[in-house]
Design a binder for this molecule. Structure first.
Ligand code: MN
Length: 256
């Protein structure tokens, strides 16, 4: 089975290669990823400029690697066109959790979403970033990937989109795996102004997370040293019954 491995931290990120290395046991792996850090680019694709794709040196024998001068979404679109019969897309392993509202901003999830939209089962994997001076432990996440690949490829349920988040801990300190829903809250943003000659430039940076650890959510699971698997596929508008009681559309239409 052919597996596409991508990310949003860029083709040189250690998490990408830890993931690719473990997946070589599950199938034929091709790496196609942005040529530089693209975190926070979400589902963006480059519609207004051309995108360069270059074969680059691979860190793994038997794995071809391509760098894309574009977004994670661009990388998946190009790779799926270039390769035939891709069985799965794996995106990550991202340095930093992608939970709560950040799911919508995450290039890691954005890449997996592109796979899903092309009908390919896709998995985004992220590990909570280590504190300053602390390493990010990709090992458990990387070991989980081929296990998920085996389950997902044999389940025959068609396209699916999973968002997996792990605490930054060795296996012996992780309590288990929870199937979760997307929680509330996300990283805060900060703005720094840089005076650049005659104009003002602004730098948007990511601050501390402001998360609500409600039970059953991705945030709650990782908070409690557990692995979170959130199935993201399905209707984007599942809250419609809550927001719109049955008679509301006809009421609104009458009021027009
Ligand atoms: Mn990232």
């Amino acid at each position: 089975m052919k597996i596409l491995v991508t990310n949003d931290d860029g083709i040189h990120a250690p998490g990408l290669w830890a993931l690719a290395a473990q997946l070589t046991g599950a199938g034929e792996v091709v790496v196609c990823a942005p040529d530089r850090e693209q975190s926070g680019t979400g589902t963006a694709i480059s519609l207004h400029r051309s995108v360069k794709l270059t074969e680059v040196d691979s860190l793994l024998p038997s794995v071809k690697a391509y760098a894309v001068e574009g977004t994670p979404g661009d990388s998946v679109i190009l790779a799926l066109r270039m390769m035939e019969n891709v069985a799965m897309v794996f995106s990550g392993i991202n340095r930093g959790a992608n939970m709560g509202h950040d799911v919508l901003l995450s290039g890691t999830v954005g890449a997996a979403l592109q796979g899903y939209l092309h009908g390919v089962p896709s998995v985004a994997i992220s590990v909570q970033a280590g504190q300053a001076g602390e390493e990010t432990n990709f090992e458990v996440a990387a070991r989980l990937a081929p296990l998920l690949a085996a389950r997902v490829s044999s389940n025959g349920a068609g396209a699916l989109l999973l968002n997996v988040n792990l605490p930054n801990l060795p296996l012996e300190r992780i309590g288990g795996i929870d199937i979760t829903r997307v929680g509330k809250g996300g990283y805060s943003t900060a703005i720094t102004m840089v005076r650049d000659g005659s104009r003002d430039d602004y730098r948007i940076t990511i601050g501390q997370p402001r998360w609500k650890a409600e039970e059953g959510t991705d945030i709650h699971a990782v908070d409690r040293c557990r692995i979170s698997i959130t199935p993201l596929q399905g209707e984007l508008s599942t809250a419609r019954e809550v927001l719109f009681p049955e008679d509301l559309p006809s009421m609104l239409f009458r009021e027009l």
